[in-house]
Design a binder for this molecule. Structure first.
Ligand code: TRP
Length: 442
């Protein structure tokens, strides 16, 4: 079989923007703000920062090392370093890609809807109450299809001409949008209560295992970890990037955007007197409360709402690209398919798998819980054990492209002891709870 040369990024910026594009998405704006609201505001933020540094960063670096070192998709990368017994883990990663993208596309479809509402109609007072109607059913599925077609078309275009080019255009745009909105939110009267809620720490809420679990799951989701997405992007790198620096940059940008998004969401909600609605709606915080805020803002609500949801669409698109790329690169590597065929066939299948999530938001929420608590945290555990204990000389591999920094052994020690211990502790709590939330569906 003639194998085409492996695709590569055309520049360092291309890789970094694509990886940040993967990380920054609905997780930063939708998931981060609703979890923060649900788990006591600032305490959650502090815990989240700690978890990201201690658990997220080491795994991010581990994925990049595995990808660049093996120059293979997830399905082959693990076997490359650990032997054939590790191949099934790559399959689990691909399965996670199917699962997450199939509901992620549905949420992205909601953001498309609200962008269009802002553009063509404007928000009115009934918008909050109609969320349940528009979020479930044929409309929701239709918009999911639209979003998926865009995602598939970009991935089918290839690493350089599809993924990289899109990220180079969209990520700076997203950054400008989010920062601009934060500046605007700062001008609103009555926003102080929002900042206070968001930034004032009540440490008692941190010592709760459920909060720890949610923070860990969010760190994995937001950084796109635990299912080989960063691994896949790493596999298109030449062996010259300084991977620890790239990891810091990616994680820094991800946290930065999530934090700034909070500076948009909370002042807005509090300035318009909608804070009581935040706690009552979990995942609805963004799609119920914010459109209502935009409706109550009067004339400016429309442009502001448009820019806000447009930023969400942009973030969702560059993230969805990376989710699909995990599946597509595995089909190219594992089945010998062409990129176009892999993108359209696998993407089409994922689109269909979105039907249950588009049908019912409770199913969507359950899928999100299973993905995070089970696939991502479990995948992270497996990755830490693999790189910490199984892989030969990961420190030598990470040193490629650097001048051999001495604290790299610390990274390995984290992967060996700290990361697995925390993840085991968290999984012990998360798995039974995931089953409960599944059982509640029936
Ligand atoms: N990180 C993205 C977000 O915050 C979602 C995402 C993209 C993702 N790729 C992933 C989540 C891989 C988990 C795994 O919205």
């Amino acid at each position: 079989m003639a194998v085409a040369a492996r695709e590569q990024w055309s520049s360092r910026a291309g890789f970094v923007f694509a990886a940040i594009g993967s990380a920054v998405g609905l997780g930063n704006m939708w998931r981060f703000s609703y979890l923060t609201a649900e788990h006591g505001g600032a305490a959650f933020v502090v815990l989240y920062l700690g978890i990201t540094a201690l658990i997220g960063l080491p795994i991010l670096l581990a994925e990049l090392v595995l990808g660049r070192g093996s120059q293979r998709s997830p399905i082959r990368a693990l076997a490359h370093f650990g032997g054939p017994a590790w191949q099934p883990l790559g399959l689990v990663f691909v399965a996670a890609g199917f699962l997450i993208l199939s509901y992620y596309g549905v949420i992205a479809g909601w953001t498309l809807r609200y962008t269009a509402v802002a553009l063509f109609a404007g928000f009115d007072a009934t918008i909050a109450d109609s969320f349940a109607d528009v979020a479930q059913g044929a409309d929701a599925f239709g918009l999911h299809v639209v979003f998926m077609v865009a995602t598939i078309a970009i991935v089918a275009g290839g690493v350089k001409r599809g993924i990289e080019r899109t990220a180079l255009v969209l990520m700076p745009l997203l950054f400008v949008l989010v920062c601009g909105l934060a500046v605007y939110a700062a001008t609103l009267d009555g926003g102080e209560a929002g900042y206070r809620y968001y930034l004032q720490t009540d440490f008692s809420a941190i010592f709760d295992r459920d909060v720890l679990t949610q923070a860990a799951g969010q760190a994995f989701f937001s950084l796109s970890l635990g299912m080989g997405a960063m691994l896949t992007f790493g596999s298109y790198l030449k062996r010259e990037n300084h991977l620890p620096n790239e990891s810091l940059l990616i994680a820094g940008a991800d946290i930065g955007i999530a934090f700034i998004a909070g500076l948009v969401v909370f002042p807005l909600i509090f300035a318009l007197g909608l804070s009581d609605r935040v706690a009552e709606s979990t995942m609805g915080a963004l799609f119920i409360t914010l459109p209502q805020a935009f409706a109550e803002m009067g004339a400016v609500g429309r442009p502001v709402g448009f820019l806000f949801f447009a930023a969400l669409v942009v973030g969702a698109l560059t993230s969805a690209i990376s989710l699909l790329e995990v599946v597509v690169s595995s089909a190219i590597d594992g089945l010998g398919w062409t990129r176009k065929r892999a993108a359209w066939a696998m993407g089409g299948l994922i689109t269909l798998l979105g039907i249950p999530a588009a049908w019912n938001t409770e199913i969507l929420e359950a899928m999100d819980q299973v993905a995070n608590n089970f696939f991502l945290l479990g995948g992270g555990l497996a990755l830490s054990v693999f790189v910490g204990w199984v892989m030969k000389d990961p420190v030598g591999e990470v040193a490629v492209g650097t001048s051999g920094v001495r604290w790299f052994f610390l990274w390995r020690a984290l992967l060996r002891f700290v990361v697995p211990a925390v993840l085991l502790f968290v999984l012990f709590d998360a798995i039974p709870r995931t089953f409960e939330s599944l059982a509640a569906l029936f």
